[in-house]
Design a protein around this ligand. Structure first.
Ligand code: ATR
Length: 443
């Protein structure tokens, strides 16, 4: 991307916004399609929404995505609305045509496209929705427009379900009701935020569903929620939330630029974001695995796990304490057990301890479910990164020549990694992008 005076600004507003993956997705598509726009994230606190909208007009920002807590406010501030936005009462995409703002809701059609990709058509189906908040409203509207036979809404707070069902029933008479059970459902969608914390699920009664029920979650981090795991264990088909996130961006992208991403670009975006395989970063201490890992996780809306932190949490003691108690061999055993556990988790970015490669079986096991990436850096960069860190006995007080020797001795252990990225001359976010690019290309 080369920003010039002709480059057209796009962006996303929200509060907080630093976790947003929209810049990553939109800039990826802009780059692929060689369009002269850039896409940035703007933190806009609740009280500044009006000013932000005035700024969009004043600065000629062409398009804006809108996320929590501004979707309802944006609805109020647009000059015209698309049918989804009008029905849902929430806008997630704003297009600025010379000061006239059009508001769209691309979450709803994004959901329909994400299930269509999996061959699921809601038309004529008995659908059940878990949750009655803002997200539920969007998905409900999408399902009703797509022609479901009936829609039942189940919510922890029954009153809210009754209210939402009442409002939707006014628009789609006889189609919607608040319910206590999901019995006979052919489509079950979680719109509650329950699955975002790893252990929670808003539902467990899979036995009452139709045997061919498709179970969907709009939560995408973790990629496979406890809710979806339960459905899978019950032998049901599942669709995760990442597709909705991708398609809402793809639809917004076309509204901003007038260019529809092709199947190839969409597939690449899926390869980039879907994280069918987790990413495990390995490399010598001080090469920057943690910083790169955090960037990678942020860019792909994945969970970041530092393997050493995981070991410490598991053992309930610090690494020096573990070494003092059971020696290095005991620590390596524990590390291998933790790596085996982590290898079962999908949609994650792991950074491994520098010595994890010493046991080849660790890497062999990880490669079954992860892209194992070796991070390489020059001796000078490693010494710079670890300068002043007295917690690195292997490196403390060593000359560059001695570290070069240590690195050479480790070299054979990295042979079975999937690929190597040399980060000597790149910042962590650039290194992370290079890794994502390689995974995207790999197919
Ligand atoms: P959103 O815009 O993401 O939908 P919201 O409007 O705050 O956010 O709605 C959150 C939804 O998730 C609600 O349906 C909420 O249930 P309540 O109405 O009973 O609060 C649901 N929810 C959140 N945490 C939940 C949990 N742990 N178990 C079940 N439902 C939960």
């Amino acid at each position: 991307m080369n920003i010039t005076a002709k480059t057209v600004p796009l962006g996303v507003i929200g509060s907080p916004i630093s976790h947003s993956v929209s810049p990553e997705m939109h800039n990826f598509l802009l780059d692929k399609l060689e369009l002269n726009y850039f896409y940035a994230a703007y933190p806009v606190p609740p009280e500044s929404l009006d000013a932000a909208f005035a700024g969009v007009k004043a600065l000629g920002i062409r398009g804006l995505n809108v996320t929590v807590p501004h979707k309802e406010g944006a609805y109020r501030l647009c000059d015209r609305l698309d049918p989804y936005a009008a029905e849902i009462g929430a806008v997630n995409t704003v297009v600025n045509d010379n000061g006239r703002l059009s508001g769209y809701n691309t979450d709803a059609p994004g959901f329909i496209k994400s299930i269509a990709r999996e061959g699921v058509d809601p038309a004529g189906k008995k659908a059940v929705l878990l949750g009655a908040g803002g997200a539920a409203r969007g998905v409900a509207s999408a399902l009703l427009r797509a022609g479901v036979a009936e829609l039942r809404i189940i919510n922890r707070t029954r009153d809210r379900a009754e209210r939402l069902a009442g409002e939707l029933n006014a628009l789609y008479p006889g189609k919607v009701k608040a319910a206590g059970t999901a019995e006979g459902a052919e489509l079950l969608i979680n719109t509650t935020s329950a699955g975002m914390k790893n252990s929670e699920s808003p539902f467990s009664d899979y036995g009452v569903l139709s045997p061919d029920c498709v179970v969907c979650d709009i939560v995408y981090c973790p990629r496979e929620t406890v809710f979806l795991k339960g459905a899978k264990a019950a032998g049901l088909r599942t669709v995760g939330g990442i597709g909705m996130l991708i398609y809402q961006a793809v639809i917004a992208f076309e509204l901003f630029t007038g260019v529809r991403p092709g199947e190839e670009e969409i597939e690449q975006l899926f390869r980039r974001m879907e994280m069918k395989k987790s990413i495990a970063l390995t490399g010598f201490m001080g090469c920057g695995k943690s910083a790169i890992g955090r960037e990678l996780a942020q860019m792909s809306a994945a969970e970041y796990i530092d393997c050493d932190d995981y070991i410490v949490e598991k053992a309930g003691k610090s690494i020096p304490e573990i070494f003092a108690e059971v020696g290095e061999a005991g620590f390596r055993d524990l590390e291998s057990r933790c790596i085996a556990e982590l290898s079962e988790k999908n949609g994650c970015v792991f950074s491994l301890g520098g010595g994890a490669v010493l046991r080849r079986e660790n890497i062999d096991l990880l490669r079954k479910s992860c892209n194992v990436v070796r991070i390489k850096a020059s001796v000078e960069k490693i010494l710079r990164n670890t300068a002043g860190d007295t917690n690195r006995p292997l490196l403390n007080g060593k000359t560059p020549e001695q570290v070069t020797e240590l690195l050479a001795a480790r070299e054979p252990y990295y042979e079975n990694c999937d690929f190597t990225v040399d980060v000597t001359h790149t910042y962590p976010n650039q290194s992370a992008r290079i890794i994502l690019d390689k995974i995207t290309e790999k197919a």
